[in-house]
Design a protein around this ligand. Sequence first.
Ligand code: 13P
Length: 411
Amino acid sequence: MALVHMRDMLNHAYRNGYAVGAFDLVSLDFLQAIVDAAEKCQAPVILSLAESHFDYFDFELTMAAVEAAARRSTVPVAIHLDHGATLESAQQGIRLGCNGIMVDNSLLALEQNITATRAIVEMAHGCDIPVEGELGYVAGVEGEDAERHPGDIVYTSAEEAWHYVERTGVDFLAVSIGTVHGRMQGEPDLDFERLAQINEALNLPLVIHGGTGLSPTQFQRLIANGVAKINYYTALADAAGEQIAANLSRGARGYTQCVKDIQLAIGTEVERCIRLWGGSGRATELMQQCRPWQNVEHLIFYNLSCSEQDAETVIAEGERVLATIPGVRQVFAGKTLDESGQYRYCWRVQFASAAVVDTYRDHPLHVSYANTYFRPNAGDRVTLDFAPALGLRLQQGADPSTDQQIAGHIS
Ligand code: 13P
């Protein structure tokens, strides 16, 4: 299993002077190319899914493949929702398997941005999931969609950034220092002095959006000034597009001929970035210092003392309500096949992480359901929470001091 806590991953990159690539993916070809390149380089990687791309693929279906790819990968992987706009989209991302969330309220006024971001941070932290906020405005939209993001660059100021991080509790900050999303016209002029001031004020992993088009020297200077995550998409889309055009010019017909070798084209660019940003060869050390990301199974075996008809209401209401609680990934209501067994019914509620055990128990929707429907009828029950048995070995390698160190810098 190689799905790891994204907070641990980026803190490691930040402390060790390299950046992890967050590569936006829009198809299985992108997914395979990104993971293969990371494995080839033995580098950590972030599989990133941008809300602005959800017109092009089914988020839920794609996430099933993304999670499977992350879990079977031999390098540390995190799964990130990129540019999530609302609390609902953050909650959906967590339900589908993201273990890092970006909140993009950067077009709102500062106080509104803080309020909206704070609400998402509270929800995500209740699931032990880190949040990336954005302050200032990185213009453009990744890849083909530039026209969908209006406005000019608004630069991040160090003072506002400090205020924003303190008030929202975000774990990483995306800063605006001159990059733009999408295709660059010439080399952008980046404000490294501003970046250095922000880094000194915050001392937490910084994020750069709009990675396409920057020079090797610019990347090095970004990383030297606290950038630990670089978002990258357009160059990958262009590499895939150029490969398709080349295939067509050579007489390709039909789907498989047209997309032939696009994984190679995307993977070559991903590999170039990983090596340039210093992630190459970091996988083993990082795995030893990162906590594995583990879902938890919340199991309840129970009998109901009410009528069959009321039992159906108890179960249907649970299915309706429990799935909406933040951090809940799946709800299964079961009835035993063996009626002579000790318990007739079960709940299997999958939580995104162990932290959800507490937040779920105390969530008003759970409390109300449990007190109104469940507990009065299910006095005979046993409740147990399980994490993957073998995943615990990795957990012992974690560095629990990391979060305190970073938090200590901010205050
Ligand atoms: P580019 O498309 O410019 O590489 O930017 C990607 C990005 O910032 C995704 O959030």
